[in-house]
Design a binder for this molecule. Structure first.
Ligand SMILES: N[C@@H](CCC(=O)N[C@@H](CS)C(=O)NCC(=O)O)C(=O)O
Length: 234
């Protein structure tokens, strides 16, 4: 039964993965203790391959021996299973649908294109960044309906699934900003979004869950160098 002391909750993750970090954040928000297994993505554990034979990716949540894969599916499972902690989805079906819509938008649209911008130069990078700026403007409009009176002070009790997913991706954007020497989430262009992300970044649960800025900068710097100057094959 959910909430019983004897239950076992294990997360297979990777320190820099926004997908696994959002699962950890949701568990922490709900106050669910869990065991964490850090995966080496070049040498995955037999358990990860057994639990996620379809995609072979992190995160995987294993609840009392039952595996669940794909971060958004896991988040929904966490919300459905542990009903005592803060709710991550509103009661009202229409509001739930709105939250899910924007969760999906943030999940689908940002990771790939931001990585492309961070790992390329010239025209390709310019095209990717323009796409990111357009997406951010769309999101700025989208979140207006959630915060008609401006961004509230966030606490565990008033975070939704959208904040969980947004923190896992958008709070990391300072790293590509530093590496490329540009502003991505610009307070002049997308002021609500800027305040939203800043407010999320200030939350201690977010700070203790998402990877440190320095580590992400180092990782992204290495990935960028490898992409721009790939080691010769000979
Ligand atoms: N759609 C998946 C994406 C998960 C994903 O891409 N995980 C990456 C780490 S960020 C991974 O496990 N990569 C290993 C691989 O592709 O072999 C989700 O939302 O959980």
């Amino acid at each position: 039964m959910a909430g019983e002391k004897s239950e076992s909750v294990i997360v297979h993750g990777f320190w820099a993965s926004p997908y696994s970090k959002r699962v950890e954040l949701a568990l922490k928000l709900k106050g669910i203790p869990y065991e964490y297994v850090e995966e080496d993505l070049k040498n995955k554990t037999p358990e990860l391959l057994k639990y996620n034979p379809v995609y072979k990716k992190v995160p995987v949540l294993v609840h009392n021996g039952k595996p669940i894969a794909e971060s958004l599916v896991i988040l929904q499972y966490i919300e459905d299973t542990w009903k005592n902690g803060p709710h991550l989805l509103p009661e009202d079906p229409y509001k739930r649908a709105q939250v899910r819509f924007w969760v999906d938008f943030v999940h689908q649209k940002f990771s790939g294109i931001m990585m492309t911008a961070a790992k390329t130069e010239g025209e390709t990078q310019e095209k990717a960044l323009n796409e990111v700026y357009e997406l951010l403007k769309v999101l700025e409009e989208g979140i207006k309906s959630f915060y008609p009176d401006g961004i509230p002070t966030f606490e565990a009790e008033n975070l939704s699934l959208l904040e969980v997913v947004a923190s896992s991706i958008l709070c990391l954007f300072k790293a590509p900003e530093e590496i490329l020497g540009i502003k991505v989430i610009d307070p002049e262009i997308t002021p609500l979004l800027f305040s939203w992300v800043e407010a999320l970044r200030e939350l201690s649960l977010v700070q203790e869950t998402i990877p440190s800025h320095e580590k992400i900068v180092a990782l992204l710097g290495t990935l960028r160098q490898l992409a721009i100057n790939p080691p010769s094959q000979s």
